[in-house]
Design a protein around this ligand. Structure first.
Ligand code: ADP
Ligand code: MG
Length: 601
């Protein structure tokens, strides 16, 4: 007997549902898209326990016709396409007729809906994987979908859900991701009975950003629009220094459908290039408007990715549009000049040579040039070594000074130590924090005037979410109403000179911590960031006493050879390696000595 069998329908649903229903956020995404397809102008999303306990999405859209009610939760039932041609130019978010069926196969679902042209509405109720029952119901025109008992019939899936805080955050990002793109539609998100945000319908793109991200970002936005061959690239980008430590605030959409695409991200990042520091990412929201025939939305089960014709051209267009928007051209000219001035002598000599000015006319003879080039080459051979243990280096240290207000130069035995003042101090503070947290005795400083900081709603709520952990580290952070938080104490390592900007920058970094990491990892990230922000900066002048205090601390600190991000904090040059680089040792030096003195050294 053969081994192959055609699976029964409920099993097929369960398998394909796995692709669509990943977590509460993916359900919310599908329900919002259905509301948008029904031309709703206002959508309310309510969740409990991150959506694990309950999701409720309610809209004022066209509603479902009574005769369609029994069909809407069946697989491959859709009102959005009829023919093959329709798939080739999809104008709606949905078209696969899978979402409601998938959700209903993994959770209990109740849909109440009334079509605008009908007097009586319907109530469709189904238990996970069961057959839906339909009855009459009264409600204003529109649709409400309630999802409970998610994954109760698939325990393996339920186990894989994150904690409610993380799931809740994902839902937040999903709703905000749609809201930022569809500023014409009103969105309201309520979590565990609390209003997370509310954006009224028909906002200008700028007001929508203000509503979602707060005035700090909104103030730095540049709107732009660029049209070429029927493709419209439009949206806004934030001027540096507004940036993020990940791609979480890069929003792209194709015909207002949110998508992710590394090529688009890269194009925008290239447009910013040197305007952002390494490891920083732009804040932007960009839509690509084009003929639906040029888009194939049927390449990903949740339509997170789409295939766009001529994507290469669009990527180039996007890069150029963003470059123009942020005025990179003029900025780069300025930058070029300062770079030129700072270049090593040999390099700038060749550069100017290219421009028709000979090295001689600049006062450098050809011979001198080669000497200086040679010098540069030789000194490149002299690479300081990373200090990994103190075993080979001992004795009393003598402070020689500070180089570029950044590196401390210290003589220790016959070695020259080079210490990165920021990296070293960061390590000291981190180790201090760690042991104090373990002993539960973090010294704090009360701010004479508590600080009120305005944050965007998602940022505010993230900070309040982690306020318990922050408190353990000496930060008292509370809700001040509106978009504001109140900071009333800081750990004493933060130093009394911390300015408002310092604290805002610190808060910005806190927002980048992975909420999903285990508690230990989470606390550790906060401590690293605290240490980094409290440490002596590069560029800060230090006197010998301060340097000496820092060294004394550093020498008794564990893991002193690296900063807490893994960069080395101490390098050294041995006298031997200097002697060699200066030609004081080696066979040639001995030959020279003999020539001069008539005997070996
Ligand atoms: P799709 O969106 O791909 O058509 P769904 O399973 O998401 O598939 O929805 C099935 C059908 O149910 C839709 O085509 C639509 O006719 C109807 N429907 C679902 N949600 C709504 C809603 N909020 N308002 C009006 N009709 C809806
Ligand atoms: Mg749908």
């Amino acid at each position: 007997m053969g081994k192959i069998e055609v699976l029964d329908n409920s099993l097929i649903s369960l398998i394909s549902a796995g692709e669509v229903v990943e977590n509460p956020a993916s359900i919310v995404k599908e329900l919002i898209e259905n509301s948008l397809d029904a031309n709703a102008t206002s959508i309310t999303i309510e969740i409990e326990s991150g959506g694990i306990e309950r999701i409720n999405v309610s809209d004022n859209g066209e509603g479902i016709l009574k005769e369609d009610a029994p069909l809407c939760a069946l697989r491959h039932s859709t009102s959005k396409i009829r023919t093959k041609e329709d798939i080739e130019s999809v104008r709606t978010y949905g078209f696969r007729g899978e979402a409601l069926a998938s959700i209903a196969s993994m959770a209990n679902v109740v849909i109440t809906s009334r079509h605008i042209d009908e007097q009586v509405g319907s109530r469709i109720e189904s238990k996970a994987g069961g057959i839906p029952s339909v009855s009459d119901a009264a409600r204003p025109a529109g649709t409400t979908v309630t999802v409970t008992n998610l994954f109760e019939n698939v325990p393996a899936r339920r186990k894989h859900l994150s904690n409610p805080r993380v799931e809740s955050h994902r839902v937040y990002e999903t709703v905000a991701g749609h809201a930022i793109i569809r500023n014409d539609v009103g969105f309201r998100l309520i979590r565990d009975g609390n209003l997370a945000f509310e954006c009224p319908p028909n906002q200008t793109p700028r007001d929508r950003v203000l509503c979602l991200w707060g005035s700090d970002i909104a103030k730095h936005l540049i709107d732009f629009q660029h049209e070429e061959n029927g493709v419209v690239i439009s949206g806004f980008v934030a001027k540096p220094p507004i940036s993020r430590g990940n791609r979480g605030r890069e929003y792209f959409s194709v015909r207002k459908r949110p998508i992710t695409d590394d090529r688009l991200s890269l194009a925008v990042e290239q447009a910013y290039s040197t305007l952002l520091m390494k490891g920083r990412f732009p804040v932007c929201c960009i839509d690509i408007g084009l003929d639906p025939k040029m888009v194939d939305a049927n390449v990903h089960p949740t339509k997170r990715e789409v295939r766009v014709q001529d994507i290469d051209k669009i990527v180039t267009m996007m890069r150029e549009a963003v470059e123009r928007a942020i005025g990179k051209a003029s900025y780069q000219e300025g930058k070029q000049n300062t770079l030129e001035r700072r270049r090593a002598p040999s390099e700038s000599a060749t550069e100017t040579g290219k421009q028709g000015v000979s090295p001689t006319s600049m006062g450098i003879s050809a011979q001198q040039k080669t000497v200086s080039e040679q010098l540069v080459l030789d000194s490149q051979k002299l690479e300081p070594d990373i200090l990994e243990t103190m075993d080979e280096i001992q004795g009393a240290f003598r402070i020689l000074g500070q180089f570029q207000n950044l590196y401390l130069l210290v003589e220790l035995d016959d070695n020259l130590l080079l210490i990165d003042q920021h990296a070293a101090h960061e390590r000291i503070l981190y180790e201090q924090l760690k042991s104090r947290v373990q002993e539960n005795r973090i010294p704090i400083q009360e701010l004479l005037e508590p600080l009120v900081l305005e944050l965007s709603p998602p940022d505010k709520e993230r900070i309040l979410d982690i306020s318990h952990e922050l408190h353990e580290l000496g930060f008292s952070v509370g809700n001040f109403g509106g978009n504001e938080i109140l900071v009333s104490t800081l750990p004493d390592v933060f130093g009394s000179r911390a300015t408002r900007e310092d604290i805002l920058a610190f808060v910005d970094r806190l927002l980048e911590i992975d909420l999903d990491s285990a508690r230990q990892g989470f606390m550790d990230s906060v401590m690293r960031i605290t240490a980094c922000h409290s440490a002596i900066r590069a560029g800060q002048g230090l006197n010998n006493q301060q340097i000496s205090n820092l060294l004394t601390e550093l020498l008794r600190t564990p893991n002193k050879f690296n900063c807490c991000h893994g960069r080395p904090s101490i390098l050294y040059l041995s006298k031997k390696s200097l002697d060699k680089a200066f030609g004081r040792t080696g066979p040639e030096a001995i030959a020279r000595f003999i020539q001069r003195h008539g005997h070996p050294p």
